[in-house]
Write a protein that binds this ligand. Structure first.
Ligand SMILES: *Cc1c(COP(=O)(O)O)cnc(C)c1O
Length: 384
C-alpha cells in the first residue's frame, strides 16, 4: 500500500550538490553560506535583516530575548498553535497569555487578544495558522496603541502575503522554520527577520553564547579577544544547512504554486459537501498552504474514527493542534484549564489536516478525497 504523508520535503539533485560543495569547502559553520542564506530569505520576504538559527523554536527564543522579555512579563499567544510559540516565552521567564481564535479561520481573535492586555504585557505573537496571514493591520493598531511589540510566528507562512505585502515585512520580528514539513527545509533550521537593527544585533549575540564577535570577525581583526556580554545559547546554523536553504529557496515559487493547486483541488471537491468544511479564507490574503485543515461534521463527525480509517488506508492525516494551554505542563505551571479559550477547544475536536506538500501527485490528492467521501457514504451502524 502506498503511504501518503501529511507533509514531506522535496530535495533536488541541485540541493544535494549545493550541500556537497560546502562539505568540500573550508567552512562548515559560521562561514559565508550563512550570510548568503540570510540575505536570500530577508530579500525575498522584504525585511532588512535575517538571523539564521538552528530551528524555528530557536528563532522564537531569540525574538523573545531581543525584545527583552523578562521574568513576569506577559506575552499574548494564540491557543491554537504549536507548543513552541508559547514555550519561547517561558524560556525567558515570561508568562504566555492564551488568546482565543476565530472559529472559521483559526487565526488569533484580535478583540480577545486586546482584552487580555495588562500593564505587564510586552508583546503579541501572531501565528499565521495553516499559512494564512493574520489581520496585521488590526494587530499593528493595537500594538502601537498599547506600546507592545508585534511578533509573527510565520513558521506556516513563508511566501504568504497580506494586501500585497509578504509575511516577514508585517511585524517587528517574524520567525520562520525550515523543518522538513515546512515550505523549504534545511533539515532543522529557522530564521528571524526584522527591520530593527538593534533586534538583529541582539539575536546574533544570543545565537552565539552572548559573545559579541564571531570567529570570522576576530580573525579579520587579528585578535583573540572576545567578550561574552550576556548569557546566550549555541543556536548557530551550519554552512551546509544554509547551502541547502539557498538551493531550496530557488524551488520555493514552484513549491508554493503546487501547494496552491492541491488546495484548489481539495476546495473544489468539498465545496458542496455537508460533512467536510475547509477553513475560511480572508480577503486580500495570499495563502501559503502549509496545512490543509478541514472541520468534520455530519456523517464524519466522529473524528477519531475518520483519523483511524484514513491512517489505516495509508493516508497521513494529522491534527493541528491540541490547544496549547491544555497540555499538562501549562496546566501544572500556570493553572490553565478547559474553558480558557472555548472556541479553540471546541474547534479542536473537529479539525483534521489532510496531506499537502509539493511532491504530492494529483492521484494522491484524489485518493485522499475519495477516502473521505467513502467514509461519509459508509452505511451507518443501525441505531439500537
Ligand atoms: C514548526 C513550528 C515551530 C517550530 O519550528 P521548529 O523549526 O520545528 O523548531 C514553531 N511554531 C509553529 C507554528 C510551527 O509550525
Amino acid at each position: 500500500m502506498k503511504k501518503i504523508p501529511y507533509g514531506k520535503q522535496v530535495i533536488t539533485e541541485q540541493d544535494i550538490e549545493a550541500v556537497a560543495a560546502v562539505l568540500r569547502s573550508d567552512w562548515l559553520t559560521t562561514g559565508p553560506a550563512v550570510a548568503e542564506f540570510e540575505n536570500v530569505v530577508k530579500d525575498f520576504v522584504g525585511a532588512a535583516h535575517g538571523v539564521a538559527v538552528s530551528s524555528g523554536t530557536a528563532a522564537l527564543h531569540c525574538a523573545m530575548y531581543a525584545i527583552g522579555v523578562a521574568p513576569g512579563d506577559e506575552v499574548i499567544v494564540p491557543a491554537m498553535t504549536f507548543a513552541a510559540t508559547a514555550n519561547s516565552v517561558v524560556y525567558q521567564g515570561g508568562v504566555p497569555i492564551f488568546a482565543d481564535v476565530d472559529k472559521d479561520t483559526l487565526l488569533l481573535n484580535v478583540e480577545h487578544a486586546e482584552s487580555l492586555i495588562t500593564p505587564r504585557t510586552k508583546a503579541i505573537v501572531a501565528v499565521d495558522y495553516a499559512g494564512q496571514p493574520c489581520d496585521y493591520s488590526a494587530l499593528r493598531t493595537i500594538a502601537d496603541k498599547h506600546n507592545l511589540v508585534l511578533i509573527a510566528d510565520a513558521c506556516h507562512a513563508l511566501g504568504a502575503e497580506s494586501h500585497g505585502c509578504r509575511v516577514g515585512s508585517l511585524a517587528d520580528i517574524t520567525v520562520f522554520s525550515f523543518h522538513p514539513v515546512k515550505h523549504i527545509t534545511t533539515g532543522e533550521g529557522g530564521m528571524a527577520v526584522t527591520d530593527n537593527i538593534e533586534y538583529a544585533r541582539r539575536m546574533r549575540l544570543f545565537r552565539n553564547h552572548g559573545i559579541s564577535t564571531d570567529f570570522r570577525e576576530r580573525e579579520k581583526q587579528g585578535s583573540w579577544h572576545y567578550e561574552m556580554v550576556d548569557l546566550g545559547f549555541n543556536y548557530r546554523m551550519t554552512d551546509f544547512q544554509c547551502a541547502l536553504g539557498i538551493s531550496q529557496m530557488r524551488s520555493l515559487p514552484d513549491f508554493l504554486d503546487r501547494r496552491q493547486e492541491i488546495a484548489i483541488q481539495y476546495a473544489e471537491a468539498f465545496k458542496n459537501n455537508d460533512d467536510v468544511f475547509p477553513l475560511l479564507l480572508r480577503p486580500n490574503n495570499h495563502h501559503a498552504w502549509h496545512l490543509y485543515v478541514v472541520k468534520l461534521a455530519g456523517r464524519l463527525a466522529d473524528r477519531k474514527e475518520v483519523f483511524q480509517e484514513m491512517r489505516a488506508a495509508g493516508i497521513g492525516v494529522n491534527v493541528h493542534y491540541i490547544p496549547v494551554h491544555l497540555h499538562p505542563f501549562y496546566s501544572h505551571r500556570f493553572g490553565y484549564a478547559l474553558g480558557l479559550c472555548p472556541v479553540a477547544e471546541e474547534v479542536y475536536r473537529h479539525i483534521l489536516s489532510l496531506p499537502i506538500w509539493p511532491g504530492m501527485s494529483n492521484d494522491d490528492v484524489d485518493t485522499v478525497i475519495k477516502c473521505l467521501q467513502q467514509l461519509a457514504n459508509k452505511p451507518q451502524q443501525a441505531a439500537l
